[in-house]
Design a protein around this ligand. Structure first.
Ligand SMILES: C[S@@+](CC[C@H](N)C(=O)[O-])C[C@H]1O[C@@H](n2cnc3c(N)ncnc32)[C@H](O)[C@@H]1O
Length: 350
């Protein structure tokens, strides 16, 4: 959508993106260099790494300003994004009222979202659906202006989070899937990449947030991208058993408690036909990250509205996949790094 934002609103969001980029690139790399010079052989366990980084960098202005600015940007995002979208509400609502849909939108008026989902994720007031225009606000304003310059969470300063989704879509084991189910689709950032990769497949995109789904549905119409948007929980989609030959998700798992992750894997197994594939993209386990980076990532749990991050990172995903019945399990960094990180697995053919 062409968001007709007032110049002042756009500039104030772009400023947050620049601050985040500066913190993530300049301050954080200086802090990393200080830590690595002071502790050439850091410990391995997360608790020891956290203690080591915090005590070594205690009083370091680059470290403390990096953390301060990262938290400040997160606090400020919705203070700026929600009034900005309110100001253009008329145009956004008109655009959301899709005249010529591409694909379908199925909302569930009886849906009771799981209690864990209503936390203030990413410090968004009220969580994922805390405002009726939260979906477009997150995608069109927060992603476009604040998160795209990178420098927060797993996305490094200068990396392009949309390119990363396209890269991951390019990692499906096959290209002849007939029915793809994506879990935790939000407004479709990864879904549209799957659409491009698998032009002939039917795609059902599952998401809890009504505001994100309505936004996704309007984007589909704009792009002429046929996608069926389905409101439901990833752990209990209510879709037909054995109806998919690919189930995929992008940064869903760390948003749900670890025990729900296990339910999501079981649901993916149920949805897949024998021989079908599962592809997950998530943050790489900490053993693949250096000590400083692991602590920066883990910091999100307590400081940037990521309540389940730490417990999910502690989950042995390969073991959980095997316990759920999957075989041919593998994980790797796409492009040789640690993010994006992909895990692929298959439901046995017989
Ligand atoms: C970090 S976003 C990722 C969105 C998208 N996959 C992407 O590539 O940007 C996580 C999304 O998962 C959704 N979500 C969280 N828990 C869910 C659940 N149990 N079932 C369905 N969606 C869920 C959230 O509402 C949010 O839109």
């Amino acid at each position: 959508m062409d968001m007709d934002l007032r110049q002042r609103r756009r500039a104030s969001l772009e400023f947050l993106g620049s601050v985040q980029h500066f913190a993530g690139r300049t301050l954080q790399s200086a802090a990393a260099a200080q830590y690595e010079a002071a502790v050439p052989a850091p410990p391995d366990s997360l608790d020891e790494r956290r203690e080591s980084v915090h005590s070594t960098l205690d009083g370091s202005s680059v470290w403390e300003f990096d953390r301060f600015l990262t938290r400040w940007v997160a606090e400020e995002i919705y203070v700026r994004a929600l009034p900005a979208i309110e100001e253009i509400r008329g145009g956004v609502e008109k655009w959301l009222d899709v005249a010529r849909p591409s694909g379908t939108l199925t909302l569930d008026p009886d849906l009771v979202p799981p209690a864990y989902w209503e936390h203030g994720f990413h410090l968004a007031p009220g969580g994922w659906d805390g405002h009726d225009l939260m979906g477009p606000a997150i995608s069109e304003l927060v992603f476009a202006y604040v998160l795209t310059p990178g420098g927060v969470g797993a996305v490094r300063a200068g990396e392009n989070l949309n390119d990363q989704r396209s890269q991951v879509a390019g990692e499906t084991r096959r290209t002849d899937y007939e029915h793809v189910v994506e879990l935790g689709a939000s407004s479709g950032r990864f879904t549209f990449a799957l659409r491009r990769r698998l032009p002939d497949a039917r795609i059902t995109a599952v998401e809890l947030s009504e505001s994100a789904l309505r936004h996704a549905h309007a984007l589909s119409a704009d792009k002429g991208a046929r996608i069926d948007w389905w409101q439901g929980a990833a752990e209990d989609t209510k879709l037909e058993s054995g109806s998919a030959d690919l189930v995929a998700c992008y940064t869903l798992l760390h948003e749900c408690p670890a025990e729900v992750n296990l339910q999501i894997l079981a649901e993916a197994f149920r949805l897949l036909e024998p021989g079908g594939d599962l592809m997950i993209s998530e943050i790489a386990p900490y053993e693949h990250q250096n000590a400083f980076r692991a602590v920066v990532l883990d910091w999100e749990t307590e400081n940037r509205g990521e309540p389940y991050w730490r417990e999910v990172m502690a989950l042995d995903l390969h073991r959980a996949l095997a316990d759920a019945g999957f075989v041919d399990i593998e994980s790797y960094g796409v492009g040789g790094g640690v993010y994006p990180w992909v895990t692929r697995a298959t439901k046995p053919a017989a």
